[in-house]
Design a binder for this molecule. Structure first.
Ligand code: AMP
Length: 458
């Protein structure tokens, strides 16, 4: 997954983008980048690791510009390298252009092969570079050129594009990944999540619509149009379950409210269950556990303390530290857990490996009985639209029954939120028009997936 943001019409554009990226840090910790434009030449700063590493660079603070875009990246480790850190900046017939992308293109390999045969030179291995080639090869009015590039790609893409002082925010026709529009004084902000707008002191205005391209310049929306007629949207329901911040509005619905509802529904599914406490796996399980507690009347407790200073980049390369990771990341509070029958709420089971380690940590802390509860259904299909889920054979629920998983995890009971209850949690009102992509739970994909669909977050 990745996070993107753009700010225009302010001398503080780079600083605001940096602060916005810090708010989007949970969407990607592997690399960060900012492109600044509008006054002098366009310049891009990129770095591996957290946004804080980038922001410390003196050059970033000194570079003058009135518009900026930024990106935080989350990929599989093999492809995580500085060369693929975004934004990508090029010089072409349209001048200097930069793009930052959240999502996955499902026809990337095919498009790249076609472009290679035409003589295109690729500098990156990320699918995002396709947009730059398509933009560079197309003539005409710039927003139309961006629209044309979007009409040729398939899959999931929310984009921020920068050219001189013009900022463009755009979403694919299915609306897989979120992108919101906000206002701060005389400036517009485009960001993956509303929290990134609000942290800057801005106001969330609305979601950019599936298929919409919003062109912004000098604090005004100079054009808003659709590159393709949207038929049916397929917003990613996993944004509500796991990815988005609880203080964000995702696809028009408060993430915190949706997670509370998931907990309520789970308590109804498990009506009559007796336990001493209900506790979350921090941080994503927090509101579902609170909702469960309120619905069931079972006492809510915080049985884990999470260490917030362990980045993925620290944990991943250290193979010999894998087993220690669960203990480093989550420390149990023995006093809360010892001798108790507990309901533990997490968002999802993917491979099952970290869940098993976490459950062992609870047993070592003296848990008498553990009921493990998940705020989504079993994940049976990989995501081709930007969530970093492994291939089908590594998804525990794709190969094992719920009872087999329960035994493997070593818990008293195992409960998944039913799909209809998940959808109702995320779309409760009569007026809600959201239609979700639930492919990871159903193995039914809303778009064509080519055999070589690119499984890498742009
Ligand atoms: P596992 O033990 O492999 O099933 O991992 C379960 C944990 O992974 C849960 O605590 C989730 O919060 C977390 N998780 C779910 N989806 C992702 C993802 N795409 N990337 C990283 N962690 C995830």
């Amino acid at each position: 997954m990745c996070g993107i943001i753009g700010v225009e019409n302010t001398q503080d554009a780079a600083t605001l983008v940096a602060a916005g990226l810090m708010t989007l840090q949970h969407r990607g910790e592997e690399s960060a980048g900012i492109t600044i434009s509008g006054n002098a030449n366009m310049k891009t700063f990129r770095s591996m690791g957290l946004v804080s590493r980038l922001v410390n660079a003196d050059a970033l603070n000194k570079h003058d510009g009135t518009a900026a875009i930024g990106h935080v990246r989350y990929t599989t480790s093999a492809k995580s390298s500085l060369i693929n850190a975004q934004p990508f900046q090029i010089e072409c017939i349209h001048g200097q252009v930069a793009v930052a992308h959240n999502g996955n293109l499902t026809n990337f390999i095919k498009l790249r092969d076609t472009l290679l045969k035409k003589g295109a030179i690729f500098n990156h291995t990320s699918d995002t570079e396709i947009f730059l080639h398509l933009i560079a090869m197309s003539k005409g009015n710039f927003p139309n050129v961006v629209a044309k590039s979007m009409s040729l790609v398939e899959g999931a893409f929310s984009l921020v594009v920068l050219r001189d002082k013009t900022l463009i925010g755009a979403r694919d026709v299915n609306g897989f990944r979120p992108l919101v529009l906000g206002k701060l004084g005389n400036s517009y902000i485009v960001a993956s999540e509303s929290a990134a707008v609000e942290v800057l002191g801005g106001k969330y205005i609305r979601d950019i619509k599936p298929g919409e391209i919003v062109v912004i310049e000098d604090g005004k929306i100079i054009k808003s149009f659709f590159y393709k007629k949207p038929k049916k949207q397929h917003t990613c329901i996993f944004e509500q379950v796991y990815f988005s911040r609880p203080d964000s509005v995702a696809f028009g619905q408060s993430v915190k409210a949706a997670r509370m509802k998931m907990g309520q529904f789970l308590a109804r599914q498990m009506k009559g269950i007796k336990a001493d406490i209900v506790m979350p796996v921090p941080d994503t399980g927090y509101y579902a556990a609170l909702g469960f507690s309120r619905e069931s009347g079972i006492l809510f407790e915080q049985g884990f303390v999470r260490n917030h200073y362990l980045g993925r980049s620290f944990i991943k390369p250290a193979q010999n530290m894998r087993d220690m990771t669960a203990k480093l990341k989550l420390r149990p509070i023995k006093e809360v857990i010892d001798g108790k029958e507990i309901i533990v709420i997490d968002d999802s089971v993917v491979r099952g490996t970290t869940s098993r380690r976490m459950i062992n940590v609870l047993k070592e802390a003296g848990a008498k009985k553990i009921h493990f509860v998940l705020s989504c259904p079993p994940i049976i299909g990989p995501c081709y639209y930007g969530i970093d889920t492994p291939l089908k054979e590594h998804l525990i629920a794709a190969t094992q029954s719920v009872e087999e998983i329960r035994k493997y995890l070593g818990v008293e009971s195992l409960t998944f939120l039913e799909l209809k209850n998940l959808v109702n949690s995320c779309c409760p009102s009569q007026t809600c028009k959201s239609v979700f992509c639930t492919a990871c739970f159903t193995d039914k994909y809303p778009t064509r997936i080519s055999k070589d669909a690119y499984k890498e977050c742009g």
